[in-house]
Design a protein around this ligand. Structure first.
Ligand code: NDP
Length: 517
């Protein structure tokens, strides 16, 4: 049997031995368990079994599948303490980050897709557009692709892992999920929940393994949903292109917040602190940079700094114990330290935080930076941690120009009491999504497609697009009544050709005649 990756180089969370992966609690440094580092053959076997189970799952129909999803919702609610405990111990996130983001998203999503999948995937009747398809019945069908491979990251072990499996399953696919090797236990727990909820055997598998395990899914599945870094996303897309299978990618982000001079400063400052620091800032759509109008810059910076200084950070110990948890992945610490050091060297003021916390566990203090600009890495590269750099701008136009000066385009926000003005500014932002007077909550608006542009991704989750992507379309044209011979049938006859020619000239030549008249 060939193991896919045989190194033990990865320190801390996700350390890999030949056939097992150690999982660490980043808030304490303790190893909480091991999961198998599956071989290529073992993963291929799971895909094969999933493929064999898929037709039976599809045949259950929307209602049969919805029953399993609703039972799973109930299971998560009943087992939420265990789910939260698993999330907290493998990622170091707070109780509230686990409950209000991961658990809430999963139960909301299970109900949403159980209810909406049938509506989004029912046959669409297409109206004929001209005499060329007149009298035909035109239907567009959605069929499951077969086996969907979901490759997930470590920052949201449920939302961005199991979360994407829900619409894929509701569409009638079997799914093989490869969670990040850093946080695999939450996905294994979801598999246990699905089994207890009545999911037929082999419809859902979790393939634990190192990065190469993701590559085995790309080699064997019929479609890939990937969430993670832009660098790996590009590799996945290239590999998928060789097999001509579809991919949907949600990648890195550098989400801008634009605060105009007429914004509700108190709300904007509270939101900046919440959405830059919750989940330790390890959210693809967290606020990563702020542009504030010069008239209110000092007041905004002061408010934000004051609020950030009050946040409690440390080992999560139940509800309300801390506001900010640990840095899940060791490599992220190096990025944070490098970005903050670079900003400091280039003249930024560090108003609070700015360093790794002493003592046990892996923590980086919530950090507010002022007097930053685009010569600094912290304003241009994804930092993915609890940092909040705030830049002064002259006006709205400069804010938009700087917000768009980025290879990324995931989420974004614009803040002003003048909602019409803010919406106008929002429309100029180059991003897959923009909130006005809010941030991040659009991820919970499941009816609205969410996805990145530029280097932030391809495709979308949520809304009709978020489930139709797990299907191949099948267009059917039905001719119910027809003559024995249509005018274009072989063999060609001059008289019929002339008739068709006149028809073409009549239909398509009239506009020109009218214009020249
Ligand atoms: P990666 O993109 O490296 O990993 C994401 C997933 O892909 C993991 O399951 C990983 O497995 C897997 N993977 C790794 N290599 C391959 C490959 N060649 N083919 C298929 N799958 C592969 O992200 P990281 O978790 O290492 O995070 C790196 C950076 O990405 C972060 O610092 C952050 O900037 C960004 N990021 C963005 C996220 C987002 O939501 N947009 C989420 C997470 C990270 P394994 O974990 O076992 O290596």
């Amino acid at each position: 049997m060939s193991t896919i990756e045989q190194t033990t180089e990865k320190p801390g969370n996700g350390a890999r031995a030949q056939d097992s992966i150690a999982v660490e609690n980043p808030a304490t440094g303790e190893i909480i368990g091991h999961v198998p580092n599956l071989s290529r053959e073992q993963i291929e076997d799971r895909v094969r079994r999933a493929r064999a189970a898929q037709p039976g799952w599809e045949a259950l129909g929307f209602k049969g599948r919805a029953r399993v999803m609703l039972a799973m919702r109930q299971w998560i609610v009943e087992n939420r303490e265990r789910v939260i405990e698993t999330l907290v111990s493998e990622s170091g996130k707070t109780y509230e980050d686990a409950l209000l983001q991961e658990v809430l998203y999963s139960v909301h999503s299970l109900g949403f897709w159980a209810k909406k999948a049938e509506r989004y995937l029912r046959d669409e009747r297409i109206r004929p557009q001209s005499w060329l398809d007149f009298g035909k019945k035109l239907v567009l069908r959605y069929r499951p692709v077969g086996v969907v491979g979901v490759i997930g990251p470590w920052n949201y072990p449920i939302v961005n892992n199991f979360g994407d499996c829900i619409p894929a399953l509701m569409a009638g696919n079997a799914v093989v999920l490869k969670p990040s090797s850093v946080t695999p236990f939450s996905s294994l727990l979801m598999a246990e929940g699905l089994k207890a909820s009545g999911l037929p055997d082999d419809v859902f598998h979790v393939a634990t393994g190192a990065g190469g395990a993701g590559g085995v899914l790309v080699d064997n599945c019929d479609m890939i949903m990937f969430t993670g870094s832009t660098e790996t996303g590009r590799k996945v897309a290239e590999q998928a292109a060789r097999r001509l299978i579809p991919v949907s990618l949600e990648l890195g982000g550098k989400d801008p917040m634009i605060v105009l001079e007429d914004a509700d400063l108190e709300r904007a400052a509270n939101a900046a602190v919440t959405y830059a620091f919750s989940n330790g800032g390890q959210t693809c759509i967290s606020i990563e940079r702020v542009y504030v109008h010069e008239k209110i810059y000092d007041e905004f910076v002061e408010k934000v700094t004051e609020k950030a200084r009050q946040l409690r950070q440390g080992k999560p110990d139940g509800a309300g114990s801390v506001d900010i948890g640990a840095i899940t992945f060791e490599d992220q610490m190096e990025v944070l330290e490098r970005h903050v050091a670079d900003a400091r060297e280039k003249g930024a003021r560090i108003l609070t935080g700015g360093k790794r916390r002493e003592g046990a566990g892996r923590f980086f203090e919530p950090t507010v930076l002022a007097d930053v600009d685009h010569s600094m890495l912290i304003m241009t590269e994804e930092t993915f941690g609890p940092t909040l750099p705030i830049m002064k701008v002259r006006d709205e136009a400069e804010a938009v120009r700087l917000a768009n000066d980025s290879p990324y385009g995931l989420d974004s926000s614009v803040w002003s009491r003048n909602v019409a003005r803010a919406e106008k500014v929002a429309r100029q932002v180059q991003a897959g999504a923009t909130c006005v007077n809010d941030a991040l909550v659009n991820y919970f608006a499941l009816g609205q497609p969410f996805g990145g542009v530029k280097e932030s991704g391809l495709g979308a989750r949520h809304g009709a697009k978020g489930i139709q992507k797990y299907c191949r379309t099948h267009s059917i044209l039905v001719t119910r009544f027809g003559p024995r011979r249509d005018p274009n049938y072989l063999p060609y006859r001059k008289s019929r050709t002339r008739l068709l020619e006149r028809l073409i000239a009549f239909q398509f030549g009239r506009g020109k005649a009218r214009r020249s008249a």
